[in-house]
Design a protein around this ligand. Structure first.
Ligand SMILES: [Zn+2]
Length: 237
């Protein structure tokens, strides 16, 4: 019975591994997703999730404007409906915007029909607020299954992940956020940050705002150019 037991462990181990892969941002096992330009590229993309968030999205925009940098914001549909003027301001400032679902479910547990509802309702909210019919999508928590990505693509969206996690949602200081970035940046990276909090409007993102100021200063000094996700997707090898 030993082979049977071993193969049982193998199956269980594989299931755990596959489950882990559905949440791991750079994993390609559930289908190809964009995670950055080729390593060593002299470009970086700042991405901000869970907004629009009053007043922190405004403060983030001030920092980015001071550095003359455009970033990419993945917006939650219900917050766009609450604060359409912030979504409009992002577009007016030439930042790229994408969808981050209507109310931030983990899509691993969502039916295909629910994924489609989340995508369409958010697409419409963003379109109504900004006039932009966005093609970019980032799954909440990075959660996706092959079926999730099929539904996302069928709805006309490109799934965008990231490869630098700054853990800003639980960081105790801006320095801690910057240190997480410094450990992972190697050029061509998509950096995950948050201008909002998915649970409610008004989540305090002071540390992320301060960390963004430091990250921009540091990597511009090192010769990196900050680009949006659409710009980075056109980055040649
Ligand atoms: Zn999120």
């Amino acid at each position: 019975m030993l082979p049977a037991i071993l193969s049982g462990i193998g199956v269980a181990g594989a299931a755990v591994w596959a489950g882990f892969q559905t949440m791991w941002p750079t994993s390609q096992i559930c289908g190809r997703t964009f995670i950055g330009a080729p390593p060593g590229s002299r470009v970086l993309a700042l991405t901000y999730d869970d907004g629009p968030n009053d007043p922190y999205t405004w403060r983030m925009m001030e920092v980015l404007k001071r550095h003359d940098v455009r970033a990419t914001f993945f917006l939650i549909g219900q917050f766009v409906e609450q604060k359409p003027e912030i979504a409009r301001a992002l577009v007016a400032a030439e930042h790229a915007i994408g969808s981050h679902t209507w109310d931030h479910p983990n899509l691993i547990f969502s039916s295909q029909a629910e994924v489609r509802r989340q995508l369409e309702r958010t697409r419409q909210a963003i379109l109504d607020a900004t006039g932009v019919d966005t093609k970019l999508f980032r799954p909440p928590f990075g959660g996706r299954r092959p079926a999730t990505l099929r539904a996302v693509r069928a709805a006309g969206f490109e799934p965008i992940m990231w490869n630098v996690t700054c853990y800003d949602w639980k960081a105790k200081s801006a320095d801690e956020i910057v240190a997480h970035a410094a450990r992972q940046v190697r050029g061509g990276d998509v950096i995950l940050l948050h201008d909002g909090g998915y649970l409610r409007m008004g989540a305090n993102r002071t540390r992320t705002v301060d960390a963004s100021e430091q990250i921009l200063t540091r990597y511009k000094n090192e010769g990196y150019r900050f680009v949006t996700i659409p710009q980075m997707m056109n980055t040649p090898l």
